[in-house]
Design a protein around this ligand. Structure first.
Ligand SMILES: [Zn+2]
Length: 167
């Protein structure tokens, strides 16, 4: 994927955009905006046509561009609260498969306790297994430690994550 920077000043904060309008704003195919929606861009609601609020678009692009600039190392996550790469609390991460190629790691920032996540490909799975104490959503590798509330909180976080309609 090309590492482009999108100028958020083009976006009107109080305006609602259709997918086509966002695509036109940056000279992108509408499928690219569909990928943004799948990777965390919020839609106003689930009705069609999908509309995106300007402030959500600004937030999404700003955070995405911060993440790129941060250049997290393999053992780090980008913490949105600290706005910096951080190590996960207890070196623990939850692994949630997304499809046969991608998975999402969820963890908590060791410094501020904020929820952190990163999406990665299967080829990095072995590496992450060596770095982190990984747990699956099914709980198969979860140990009964005082940290179970942390795991519960992580699951809550995942359950509450907005689901975006497929485009
Ligand atoms: Zn943090």
């Amino acid at each position: 994927m090309p590492k482009r920077t999108h100028n958020v000043r083009l976006i009107r904060r109080e305006h609602s955009y259709s997918i086509q309008e966002v695509a036109a704003l940056y000279g992108l195919h509408k499928n690219a905006i569909g990928r943004w929606l799948k990777s965390g861009l919020k839609a106003i609601d689930r009705s069609r046509p999908i509309l995106i609020h300007g402030s959500d678009l600004i937030h999404f692009l700003t955070e995405r561009q911060h993440q790129r600039k941060a250049h997290c190392k393999a053992e780090e996550f980008y913490c949105l609260r600290c706005r910096a790469p951080r190590l996960p609390m207890g070196n623990m991460a939850d692994l949630i498969p997304r499809n046969e190629k991608l998975f999402v790691l969820h963890a908590f920032c060791a410094l501020c306790g904020g929820a952190m996540r990163k999406v990665s490909g299967q080829k990095k799975l072995l590496l992450y297994q060596q770095i982190f104490d990984l747990a699956t959503p099914a709980g198969t590798h979860l140990t009964e430690t005082p940290e179970t509330s942390l795991n519960r909180a992580l699951k809550e976080e995942c359950k509450n994550a907005p689901k975006h309609p497929r485009l």
